[in-house]
Design a protein around this ligand. Structure first.
Ligand code: 13P
Ligand code: ZN
Length: 264
C-alpha cells in the first residue's frame, strides 16, 4: 500500500479512537468513508475483487472507478482504531456507477449508511469540492438537542451553538443543517442529507440520531463536529448551573465573521 494511502487510513483509525473515547461510538455506532481514488497505485488497481459485485441501490455515474475506504457494517470504532483494515475495507465502484466490489484487505461489508456516504461523495465530485471524507457519528449533546422541537427550526441550533464560544463559528463557519427524522441507512435519508449539504452546510444533524459531516479529510470533519458538540456542552453546563446562558451578541458574531473572513 502506498504510504499516502496508509497515512489516510491511519488518520481514520486515529479519529475512530477519538469517537470511542468521547462516547459517541457505542457498539457499532457511526461510520466513515474516504474517497482515496487519488491515492491508489497500479498494484492495487490490478488486484482482483474479493467479493461479488454488489448493488449500491442508486446509480452514481461520477463515482465510476472511484475507490473508497469504508468502515464495515456492524464493526466497532474502538476495534477499527486498532485494526482499520480488519474492520473496514477498500472498495472499487464499477464503471456503471451502480455497484461496488471489495478489493482489500478482507471481505468486510461496508457500512449500512453507504447510500448517504456515496451520494454525498458523488455530489462533492459534481461540485468540484476538495472534500474527500465523510463522517457519521452519535455525539451525545448534539443528539440530545434534537429532542427539543425549537432546536429543529432552521438555524436555531446554529445560532445558539455559534454564540457559546467564538471558536465554534470560526471552525464550523457554515453551521449545522437539520434533517428531520428518517429511517437509518435509507435512500430518503441520503437524499435529504444531500439537499441539506447543498444548502451550504458542512455538518448535517440527523434528528434523534447523529451528525453527518464532510471535509477535506477525516480529521477536519471530526474537528467540525467536535467544536459544535463542545458548544452544546457549554450550553448544557450553564443550564445545569441553573441559568440560561447569555450567548455572544449578533454584533459580536458579525465582528467575528469580518475578522476571520467567514462565509456567513
Ligand atoms: P454501521 O455499523 O452499518 O456503519 O451502522 C452504524 C450507524 O451508526 C448507523 O446509522
Ligand atoms: Zn448512526
Amino acid at each position: 500500500m502506498r504510504p499516502a494511502l496508509k497515512a489516510e487510513i491511519d488518520k481514520v483509525a486515529e479519529v475512530a479512537g477519538y469517537l470511542w473515547q468521547k462516547g459517541w461510538a457505542e457498539r457499532n455506532g457511526g461510520n466513515i468513508t474516504v474517497n482515496v481514488t487519488e491515492l491508489v497505485d497500479d498494484a492495487l488497481r490490478a488486484m482482483p475483487a474479493i467479493s461479488p459485485a454488489r448493488p449500491i441501490g442508486q446509480t452514481l455515474p461520477r463515482l465510476a472507478d472511484c475507490w473508497f475506504y469504508c468502515k464495515g457494517t456492524g464493526r466497532r470504532m474502538r476495534d477499527l482504531a486498532r485494526a482499520p483494515m480488519a474492520n473496514g475495507s477498500l472498495i472499487r465502484i464499477l464503471p456503471a456507477g451502480d455497484a461496488y466490489e471489495i478489493v482489500a484487505d478482507a471481505p468486510v461489508t461496508p457500512t449500512s449508511e453507504l447510500p448517504s456516504h456515496l451520494a454525498v461523495h458523488d455530489w462533492l465530485i459534481a461540485t468540484g469540492s476538495p472534500y474527500r471524507a465523510s463522517l457519521h457519528t452519535h455525539p451525545i449533546e448534539l443528539v440530545a438537542l434534537t429532542h427539543g422541537r425549537p432546536w429543529l427550526e432552521k438555524d436555531a441550533a446554529t445560532r445558539m451553538l455559534w454564540s457559546m464560544i467564538p471558536e465554534t463559528k470560526a471552525f464550523c463557519p457554515r453551521g449545522l443543517g437539520i434533517v428531520p427524522y428518517m429511517l437509518p441507512s435509507s435512500v430518503e435519508l441520503a437524499e435529504a442529507t444531500l439537499r441539506t449539504l447543498a444548502d451550504g452546510y458542512d455538518v448535517v444533524m440527523w434528528e434523534k440520531h447523529g451528525v453527518f459531516a464532510v471535509d477535506v479529510d477525516i480529521m477536519d470533519a471530526f474537528d467540525q463536529v467536535d467544536v459544535l458538540n463542545k458548544a452544546a456542552q457549554i450550553y448544557l453546563a450553564a443550564k445545569g448551573m441553573g441559568f440560561e446562558p447569555e450567548g455572544m451578541s449578533d454584533a459580536q458574531l458579525r465582528e467575528l465573521s469580518v475578522a476571520f473572513h467567514l462565509p456567513k
